[in-house]
Design a binder for this molecule. Structure first.
Ligand code: PHB
Length: 393
């Protein structure tokens, strides 16, 4: 059992009282409806993409159907965990892929479980780039990147495995079309698996971020140097995917301010605004920004909330999602002051499968147990976080 006990759960009788209370309450900003393109969302609390490392041998498993369906509400928006787009994309054990027929078929019952409860489910497409190791690469080759510089051990997210990140191989410009095509095929696979759309992972120091950020990208061809060049490959990916499945089904996650995985930029504002402007021109559905206040996934500092405003303004026609350690009050405030349209919750949603109900009731929250975030157990720390009410459907 996760680190919350049954003692925190309510009884049947007070759950009746609670639903009465819920009916009487005015909806909090996070629980107001929102139209995201063609999708009618019943509230603004999004399940953030969370790697859970329970997809053995890169194949999504049946237990993920329960995990995602537990976190589904009718009209709720969920973003699936990072899914590798090709056999060079993986960098951690037991993360799912979406490049083979077997993976695609394995996603189908998981997506169906979310749809059965009326959720809207996007697949996050991911390439780890240099945050990988020979053991995850075909024929034991070096991982690929924009650069041949290896990730600095003292800065890697996961210090225990940092030694394992070898010097990457710098991809040649003539290899880029194949990499773009990998994202396109993965997006098609995701749509065939039944997902409602896809999110391109351009954040947290993985392959696309390794092109975007000038502290990593040291190329002197058309994919390096100035801002426009550094954004070229990630934007080519978005354009090609949008052309294939429709821009109205495409989102992108970005973390211009973050330094995760030794991947920072000297001018994150300019980077964020340039990407937002370009993505707005492409007419994609949403951008999903990780707040500057996040130092790592696990620590936040009291940074400035307004620093995303120019990026939001630049992405003027689409939906703006924010993420980064928000609590209930901060999320409500972000919605009510129009700093964001939607707020993605990671750790709180991981630990509270009924997070929207708990926010509505301002109820007690289960605490996330970081020791089981990436454990490979099919139940512990995964589908055993308790609901407020016993025997939830
Ligand atoms: C992340 O976005 O930080 C991330 C992605 C994939 C993983 C773990 C973390 O497997």
């Amino acid at each position: 059992m996760a680190n919350t006990t049954m003692a925190n759960m309510n009884t049947n009788s007070n759950s009746k009282e609670e639903s009465k209370k819920m009916d009487e309450r005015e909806a909090i900003p996070l629980l107001t409806p929102y139209k995201m393109g063609n999708f009618n969302l019943s509230h603004r609390i999004v399940l953030a993409p969370l790697s859970r490392s329970r997809s053995y041998n890169f194949i999504p498993q049946p237990h993920a159907a329960l995990y995602y369906s537990q976190r589904t509400t009718k009209g709720g928006f969920l973003i699936g965990e990072a899914s590798g787009v090709s056999d060079t994309a993986q960098g951690y054990p037991n993360t799912p892929g979406i490049w083979t027929r077997e993976q695609l078929e394995a996603w189908k019952p998981i997506v169906s479980a979310v749809h059965e409860k009326g959720g809207i489910f996007f697949c996050q497409l991911w390439h780890a780039g240099r945050v990988s190791n020979y053991e995850y690469q075909p024929d034991g080759k070096a991982p690929i990147s924009s650069t041949d510089k290896r990730l600095r051990k003292d800065i890697a997210n996961n210090k225990a495995t940092a030694d394992k990140y070898p010097p990457p191989r710098r991809v040649r410009a003539d290899e880029i079309p194949k990499l773009v095509n990998d994202f396109v095929i993965a997006a098609k696979n995701a749509m065939e698996a039944g997902f409602d759309g896809i999110e391109i992972h351009g954040a947290n120091g993985y392959l696309l971020d390794q092109f975007l950020k000038d502290k990593v990208n040291d190329r002197d061809d058309e994919y390096g140097g100035n801002l426009e060049n550094r954004c070229r490959f990630p934007l080519q990916v978005v354009k090609a995917v949008a052309d294939e499945i429709g821009a109205d089904k495409v989102g992108m996650r970005l973390s211009p301010f973050a330094d995760y995985n030794d991947c920072g930029d000297s001018d994150p504002h300019a980077l964020g605004v340039h990407m937002a402007q370009s993505l707005n021109e492409m007419g994609i559905l949403y951008i999903h920004l990780i707040e500057p206040r996040m130092v790592t996934q696990f620590h936040k500092f009291d940074g400035t909330k307004s620093s995303l405003t120019p990026i939001r303004k630049a992405f003027k026609d689409g939906t703006f999602i924010v993420a980064g350690g928000y609590d209930r009050n901060e999320g409500n405030e972000a919605i009510s002051c129009a700093a964001a349209d939607l707020v993605a919750y990671g750790r709180l949603f991981l630990a509270n499968p009924d997070l929207p109900t708990r926010f509505q009731l301002d109820a007690h929250l289960n605490q996330p147990d970081a020791t089981t975030f990436y454990s490979h157990h099919p139940v512990l720390g995964y589908t055993d976080y308790p609901f407020l009410q016993p025997n939830p459907k």
